[in-house]
Structure formats: structure tokens, C-alpha cells
Design a protein around this ligand. Sequence first.
Ligand code: SAM
Length: 201
Amino acid sequence: MSDNQILQGDSLEIMKSMETSSIDCVIVDPPYAGFNLGRGPRQYWASFKPFFDEMVRVAKDPKRICLSQPQGRQEIFKAQMQSPQSVVLRDAFIDKRGRDAFFLLQNPLTSEVADEENWPSDIVPKTIHPNERSINQMAVLVKMMSRPGELVFDPFCGSGAIGVAAVLLGRRHLGIELMEDRADDARARLEAAEQAAKARG
Ligand SMILES: C[S@@+](CC[C@H](N)C(=O)[O-])C[C@H]1O[C@@H](n2cnc3c(N)ncnc32)[C@H](O)[C@@H]1O
């Protein structure tokens, strides 16, 4: 069986079935709105907290967790996390939610912001996802949060951009996506990343 997997379903339910301290790090880019997560910062946090609590439970100590949130919710999230480092990825142009992407990194392996990658755009198939992140930019977070061989977990994986970057960088990946067509799409991209990683040795 592959070291990498995309599960389809509600990540809260799936995480509840996962073992405590079973993954090396979480890197996640949850929906900014919708999916019953609410719009105001406090309402959003209240809906998101059960997911966050499960991410903390399944992560090994010292709980390496990296998540994206818009600027308007940074303060409330910072207050809930353990002194997270802010990393802004400029011109996150593939994503339609704004020009830049804001990530909070709790317990990164290094505070030095890593370099983006320069993989060709056809290294994995194009996605059907409307809010795809750039795999070259996701590489920055993968390098800061994980070591080669470790398991990178993304419970809202969408097009699988974080997983694709993780696999291309020699990490293992577990992703969860609610929508069946998006989960199939992410699986195809992850398989292409496995092939590309093998071909590159
Ligand atoms: C912002 S997108 C992720 C984008 C992703 N980082 C990428 O680069 O493609 C968030 C994803 O979470 C999924 N989602 C929403 N609620 C979910 C849930 N309860 N469990 C799992 N996935 C969920 C959505 O279908 C959506 O694809």
C-alpha cells in the first residue's frame, strides 16, 4: 500500500477515529467561509475549535501545526495557538480568496522562512478545485514544518496542493476532503507526485 492517502469524508469524524499522537505535523488551509464554519471571527473560531482540538490531539508533541487564516481572524487564532510564527506567502495568485496567503506556524522546525520551489506547472494534473494553492508555495511550509520521511496531515486537503508538495519533498501524506470529486482529483494529483518523486530519485 502507498505511504500516501486521501480519505473522503468529514474530517472531524475521521479525525475522531485516528490515534492520539499519530502524525508528525498538520499543515492545513481550511475554508475561509461556508461549510457551517461561520463568518465573524468568534463565530468561526467556535465552529472550528472541535476540528482544531482533534488536530492537536492527533499530532505528536510538540504539536507542529500550521494553518491558514485571513488577516481578520489572525488575532483570535494567535491567541488560541502556542506563540505561532506568521508567514505571509505573497501573490498566492492561484487562490481566489485574496492576493496573499497568511499562515500561522506553531512549533515550526525552523523560524527561517524556507525557499519556494520551482516545479513545472505540469508536474501534476490540473485541478478542478476553485481555491487551489500553489504547490511551489506550499513547499515553503512543508520544509519549515517537517523532515523528510515524516507524515504531513491536511484535514481539509482540497486539490491536495499541500500533499503534493509534501510528497515531492520526500514526506508522506494523509489528506481528508469532504467532497468526493475533489478527493478523487487530489488522489490523482498525489499519485502523479509519487511518480514524479520516484522519477527524480
Ligand atoms: C480552502 S479549501 C483547501 C484548498 C487546498 N489547500 C488546495 O490548495 O487546494 C478547503 C477544502 O476543505 C473541504 N472541506 C470543507 N469542510 C470539510 C470537512 N468537514 N471535512 C473535510 N474537508 C472539508 C472543502 O471541500 C474544500 O475543498
